[in-house]
Design a protein around this ligand. Structure first.
Ligand SMILES: *[C@@H]1O[C@H](CO)[C@@H](O)[C@H](O)[C@H]1NC(C)=O
Ligand SMILES: *[C@@H]1O[C@H](CO)[C@@H](O)[C@H](O)[C@H]1NC(C)=O
Ligand SMILES: [Zn+2]
Length: 473
């Protein structure tokens, strides 16, 4: 069957190359035609032109990809099946070495920046054109799974391998990026690497004094992992505007939609805008028996009331896309017979509409003020930790992802990413797009996280096709 197809293909090429031999000036067009599955003629203009290749000859080595995912998951500080890989720890450094090694084996030239964003480049034949990039992260929050982020790094390297095996040659260079610390576990900052790539001056400044829970400074930790060696200023990480012509991230959906609808590919059109808040209330505390109810100013109840207010304002936005969560609520001193004298609340709220989300934040602020005055406690802090705008995928990238899915006959739908990703920040410096693949029950950030080899294979194929198209743009 295979050999028959090959034979027919060769026969076809042979006959059309004869016909079209006279019209043979544009090597770019040729590569595009080849890769779209319509081989027209042999190139003579460009010496390392690929052999003609068809969509159906893209082969993903899903066994090797799965083995690599399993192997990477062993660089963990907690036992399998959980994965814990925290920024700049020994396991993180080993995992990075593993990725750099694979990049090298795929023939990519590898470099790292001052915070350990890792770049593996496959040079295109027009090396002065701005490259196309793809990538994700490999850090993992405590007791999480082995697919979040990892599919978009190992899958990207495999996408490069797929293209190489198919004989494709990129016009624009293709670059695989491993982003440093997408998860906020160690320093409380999510998407640290991509925020810096996107040029966050505020973050570069803050990192000079940022410490982790053990009072280890960011710079000290980075140096122990071999980064930030030169000086304390890490603004060298900032990408220049126009460093990439496009950026695509492959990721597990981390939601249940694709699996439930039996679809292979999600094409992300927008990433919801996240914001996070820290709120502190302070009261007088006191003995749980001795202080009578009318005489109390209970900081704990103020926090409880604020948590309910968050829910009320989020539900009141009128949109299913508005969400809010109080994930942290701490009471001090935290004893059963002591009225809380301090409370600390952390709130996460997101929306695809920035104004609607900001309105919710404003209402939460008003509630916090009212609650404090009603209960006689002090609102000692109301801090907006981050308030990021949403990101829209770029039409050119969406079109490439859709065309790739169609050519590969894969079922797909346009969807919104409610979780945020490094792509949210890459969108500030490059046209951006994201590809989702289904994951078991939408589980993520826990050991049960799972994506099938088949689904990963589909994702890698669509990524490979998308990169090929964007590289020829
Ligand atoms: C953290 O480390 C700094 C510098 O080493 C030191 O001055 C400071 O007291 C430490 N803070 C705590 C809470 O241990
Ligand atoms: C997609 O489906 C069409 C029509 O069924 C078929 O001709 C084509 O070969 C398929 N392509 C791939 C890549 O499977
Ligand atoms: Zn992720």
């Amino acid at each position: 069957m295979m050999s028959l197809r090959f034979f027919l293909l060769l026969l076809f090429q042979f006959s059309v190359s004869g016909i079209l031999a006279i019209n043979n000036e544009d090597p770019t067009a040729k590569t595009m035609e080849d890769f779209s599955g319509y081989p027209l003629h042999e190139s003579t203009d460009y010496p390392s032109a690929p052999p003609n290749s068809l969509v159906s000859f893209l082969r993903v080595d899903t066994t090797t990809l799965q083995n690599q995912i399993d192997e990477l998951s062993t660089f963990s500080d907690t036992p399998a099946p959980s994965v814990t890989r925290i920024l700049y720890t020994e396991k993180d450094v080993l995992a990075r070495r593993y990725i750099k090694n694979l990049m090298g084996l795929s023939g990519l030239s590898v470099r790292e920046d001052a915070v350990g964003n890792i770049f593996g480049r496959w040079d295109g034949y027009e090396s002065d054109l701005v490259p196309v990039a793809t990538g994700s992260h490999i850090d993992a929050i405590p007791y999480s799974g082995k697919y979040d982020g990892v599919v978009g790094v190992l899958g990207a390297i495999e996408a490069i391998n797929v293209l190489k095996r198919s004989g494709f040659k990129p016009k624009r260079s293709l670059e695989v990026v491993l982003f440093t610390s997408e998860e906020p576990t160690r320093f409380g900052i999510s998407c640290l690497g991509s925020r810096l790539l996107a040029g966050s001056e505020a973050l570069a400044e803050a990192l000079k004094t940022t410490v982790d829970g053990q009072n280890i400074s960011f710079l000290e930790a980075a140096r122990s992992a071999g980064y930030a060696k030169e000086h304390d200023d890490i603004s060298s990480v900032f990408l220049k505007e126009g460093s990439y012509s496009a950026f695509v991230e492959l990721h597990i959906e981390q939601g249940p939609i694709l699996e439930a609808e039996g679809l292979s590919i999600g094409i992300v059109t927008a990433i919801a805008a996240p914001a996070s808040l820290k709120v502190d209330f302070e009261g007088n505390g006191g003995h749980a028996g001795a202080v009578l109810m009318p005489n109390r100013n209970d900081a704990g109840l103020a926090a409880a009331e604020l948590a309910l207010a968050v829910e009320k304002h989020v539900l009141g936005s009128g949109s299913i896309d508005t969400v809010g969560t109080v994930g942290i609520l701490e009471l001090h001193p935290g004893a059963i017979n002591s009225i809380p004298s301090k409370s600390h609340v952390e709130i996460d709220t997101r929306d695809i509409d920035e104004k609607r989300r900001n309105d919710v934040i404003e209402k939460i602020h008003q509630s916090a003020t009212k609650i404090a005055s009603k209960r006689g406690v002090r609102l000692s802090e109301f801090k907006i930790v981050n308030q990021d705008p949403p990101a829209l995928s770029d039409n050119s990238v969406i079109e490439a992802m859709e065309a790739a899915s169609k050519e590969l006959n894969l079922t797909h739908k346009l969807m919104i990413s409610r979780a945020y990703h490094d792509s949210l920040f890459m969108a500030r410096v490059s046209p951006m797009g994201m590809l989702f693949i289904p994951c078991y029950k939408g589980y993520s950030h826990k050991p049960e996280e799972y994506a099938s080899s088949h689904d990963m294979g589909n994702g890698v194929k669509v990524l490979a096709m998308t990169l090929a198209k964007l590289s020829l743009n």
